[in-house]
Design a binder for this molecule. Structure first.
Ligand code: NAD
Length: 245
C-alpha cells in the first residue's frame, strides 16, 4: 500500500477535502489522526475508517501541542502532516473588519505555521516526513472580495518555501497544494446558505468543478514516497482554471 508505515495527522478532516484525504490515507495503509472542530462528524468518520480523532482548533497553540502529543502516544512519531483546515470570508476590502481579517488569518495562516512548527521535532526524530499545506488558486493570484483569504493563502505558499528550505536537511519535504473550485460545503458556509458551485465549472478548461477526491489524490501522492524528490513546490489542482496565468 502506498502509505504503509506512515503516521498522518490531518486538520479539518471531518468533511470536505480533509475527509477525502483521510479516506484515501486509511485505504492506503496509513495510521491516521483526524482532527477538526466538528467533533461529532470527525469521530464518526474516524470510527468508520478505523482511524483516531482528536479535537483541534488549528488557531490554538496549546491545542497543537496536545494533538501532536496524543498522535505520538497513540501511533508514534508523525511522518505526514496535512494542513488542510481553512475558512473563507467574502467581503469588499473597504468593508472587511479587522476581526473578520484576523479570524481568517488566524485559522488559515497562523494555523498552518503552528502546525508545521508543532511537528518538526517528531518528524525529525522519525528520520523525515512530508508536510502538505493546502493553499488555493487564491494563493497564486488575487481574487476580489477575498482579501483576507487571498492574503492567508499567499502566506501559506510563502511559508511552504521557507519550511522546505529549512527542513530538507532533516528529510522533511514541504509542498503546497492549490485547489480551484472544489465541491465542498466551504463556499456555502461562508455565504450562510448552501450553494451550487457547478456553474463555475463551465469556465474551467476541463468544464467541471473539482471533487474532494481530485485534491485528495494529489495530497496522497505528496504524502507518499512517490514524491520523494518534490519539495517547496506548488501543485495546482484546478481543472486548468489558471492555465492562462
Ligand atoms: P470545508 O469547509 O468542507 O472543510 C474545512 C474543514 O476545516 C471543516 O471540516 C471545518 O470544520 C474545518 N475547520 C474550520 N475552522 C477550523 C479550525 N479553526 N480548526 C480546525 N478545523 C477547522 O472546505 P474544504 O473545501 O474541504 O476546505 C479544505 C481546504 O481547502 C481549506 O484550506 C480551503 O481553504 C481549501 N480550498 C478550498 C477550495 C474550495 O473550492 N472548496 C478551493 C481552494 C482551497
Amino acid at each position: 500500500m502506498r502509505l504503509d508505515g506512515k503516521i498522518a495527522l490531518i486538520t479539518g478532516a471531518a468533511r470536505g477535502q480533509g475527509a477525502a484525504a483521510a479516506r484515501r490515507f486509511a485505504a492506503e495503509g496509513a495510521k491516521v489522526m483526524l482532527t477538526d472542530v466538528l467533533d461529532d462528524q470527525g469521530k464518526e468518520l474516524a470510527a468508520e475508517l478505523g482511524a483516531e480523532y482528536c479535537h483541534l482548533d488549528v488557531s490554538d497553540e496549546d491545542g497543537w501541542a496536545e494533538a501532536v502529543a496524543v498522535t505520538i502516544s497513540t501511533f508514534g512519531d508523525i511522518t505526514v502532516l496535512v494542513n488542510n483546515a481553512g475558512i473563507l470570508h467574502f467581503s469588499a476590502l473597504a468593508e472587511t473588519t479587522l476581526a473578520d481579517y484576523q479570524r481568517v488569518i488566524g485559522i488559515n495562516q497562523v494555523g498552518t505555521f503552528l502546525g508545521m512548527r508543532a511537528v518538526v521535532e517528531s518528524m525529525t526524530r522519525a528520520g523525515g516526513g512530508s508536510i502538505v499545506n493546502v493553499s488555493s488558486v487564491e494563493g497564486l493570484g488575487g481574487m476580489p472580495y477575498l482579501v483576507a483569504y487571498t492574503a492567508s493563502k499567499f502566506a501559506i505558499r510563502g511559508m511552504t518555501k521557507v519550511a522546505a528550505m529549512e527542513l530538507g536537511q532533516h528529510g522533511i519535504r514541504v509542498n503546497s497544494v492549490h485547489p480551484g473550485a472544489i465541491n465542498t460545503p466551504m463556499v456555502g458556509e461562508a455565504l450562510g446558505r448552501p450553494i451550487d458551485i457547478s456553474p463555475i465549472g463551465k469556465k474551467v478548461a476541463l468544464r467541471r468543478v473539482g471533487q474532494p477526491d481530485d485534491v485528495a489524490n494529489v495530497v496522497l501522492f505528496l504524502a507518499s514516497d512517490e514524491s520523494a524528490y518534490c519539495s517547496g513546490a506548488e501543485f495546482v489542482v484546478d481543472g486548468g482554471a489558471t492555465a492562462t496565468h
